[in-house]
Design a protein around this ligand. Structure first.
Ligand code: HEM
Length: 358
């Protein structure tokens, strides 16, 4: 099949809705309930979603040599190597026992990146925030907020526990069923229970500016040690933190290697910018490797990295280069909400967030 030419980036690819600021305020209000509740329970503030971390890794990202001009854009414009931090998580806003099965997240911070920044982006880092499925569960932030709000109300009344209030996406399945939507979308997000996060492929789900073009990203395991873990179930009956303990044992002698791949938008109908419930099909928009990420065997739960990354760092798609500006309604809603959650953590824990330097 001959591929269409990639769509060129322009600001008018985005369609901004009149009520977006209002939705963002509502989201922050709902997140406040979660943030306050969990901080009160733990005596320590945690992220309002993806609160539980299964591992923190130090590694490196190397941009591929000889990329063709359409892929040699932004961070990937020239060959080079960078330090990275990776944080593996599960998407509830609560620190839950691992026996509760949930989709996984992977956040990556690339350190020492030069170039024009997105307005307001601190430091010199480029963040990637991904989950282990190719689509998001709602087309826009308003629908996401609708579910979140309903969830907060009804589940609190029914079950009356912190678990329900703070588990934003954890119970999204039942939330969707309550409003009559099949949970297949959530299943397709990789909802399979207790799969080893080291073997998973992670997707940006939402699109980004890719220099002159528009792209989605994914991070795919390729080293034998990681590929062997793909789909492997972890026995979570042995410990509430079985996933973290398994990852720690595995990373002691596993050399992790992933491919960072890019999928260029080639047709705005088939690969829409504003709706991340639509998967960009590989046949029509294939993935191309633009960098390799490596993590040597290490302690994936060291006190130092847990403090530095889990507590004192924030990952946001809005921290990075103007050349990789987040696009679409869901991404626009993430700017203030991520900032809000991390500011709450910083204030409650009396420790400012840090952007690491090279
Ligand atoms: C309207 C949509 C969304 C909202 C309101 C939202 C909100 C948030 C917030 C408030 C945080 C915590 C930030 C912090 O305290 O540092 C967070 C973290 C996270 N979100 Fe989202 N999010 C949205 C969409 C998405 C999407 C589409 C993805 C999939 C790629 C995603 C994946 C993650 C992950 C992996 C983390 C954890 C990051 C880390 O390790 O620090 N979110 N989200």
């Amino acid at each position: 099949m001959t591929l269409s030419q990639p769509v060129r980036y322009s600001a008018d690819l985005e369609e901004i809705k009149p009520d977006e600021q209002e939705v963002i305020s509502d989201l922050n209000e709902t997140f406040d309930v979660i943030l306050n509740r969990t901080a009160e329970d733990y005596g320590h503030a945690v992220r309002s979603v993806h609160a539980k971390s299964h591992g923190i890794l130090d590694g490196s990202l190397t941009v591929a040599d000889g990329l063709s001009p359409e892929f040699a854009q932004g961070l990937f414009a020239a060959p080079g190597s960078y330090k990275v931090y990776l944080r593996l998580s599960t998407n509830a806003g609560d620190i839950l026992p691992d026996a509760i099965s949930l989709p996984r997240g992977l956040a990556m911070k690339v350190v020492g990146v030069e170039g024009d920044r997105i307005e307001g982006a601190e430091g010199s880092t480029q963040d990637f925030v991904m989950v282990n499925g190719p689509v998001f569960q709602t087309a826009d932030a308003k629908k996401f907020q609708g579910n979140l709000k309903m969830l907060a109300k009804t589940t609190d009344r029914m079950e009356g526990t912190k678990k329900v209030l703070s588990s934003v996406l954890q119970t999204v399945n039942s939330a969707l069923e309550t409003v009559g939507i099949e949970s297949s979308v959530v299943q397709s997000m990789g909802g399979a229970p207790n799969i080893d996060p080291l073997g998973e492929t992670y997707f940006s789900v939402t699109p980004f500016r890719y220099g002159d073009y528009v792209a989605k990203f994914r991070l795919k395991p390729v080293s034998q040690g990681l590929v062997e873990l793909t789909g492997r179930e972890i026995d979570t009956s042995v410990s509430d933190n079985a996933i973290r303990e398994t990852v720690q044992a595995e990373m002691r002698d596993t050399a992790g290697e992933w491919l960072l791949q890019v999928q260029l938008c080639r047709d705005l109908e088939k690969q829409p910018v504003e709706d991340p419930t639509v998967e960009w099909k590989e046949e029509e928009a294939p993935f191309t490797t633009v960098a390799t990420v490596k993590a040597a065997p290490q302690d994936s739960w060291s006190d130092e990295n847990v403090r530095k990354v889990d507590d004192e760092m924030r990952f946001s798609v809005w921290t990075g280069l103007a050349a990789h500006r987040p696009l679409g309604n869901i991404n626009r809603a993430r700017k203030d909400t991520y900032e809000h959650s991390s500011q709450f953590r910083a204030a409650f824990n009396r420790c400012p967030m840090h952007e690491p330097r090279d």
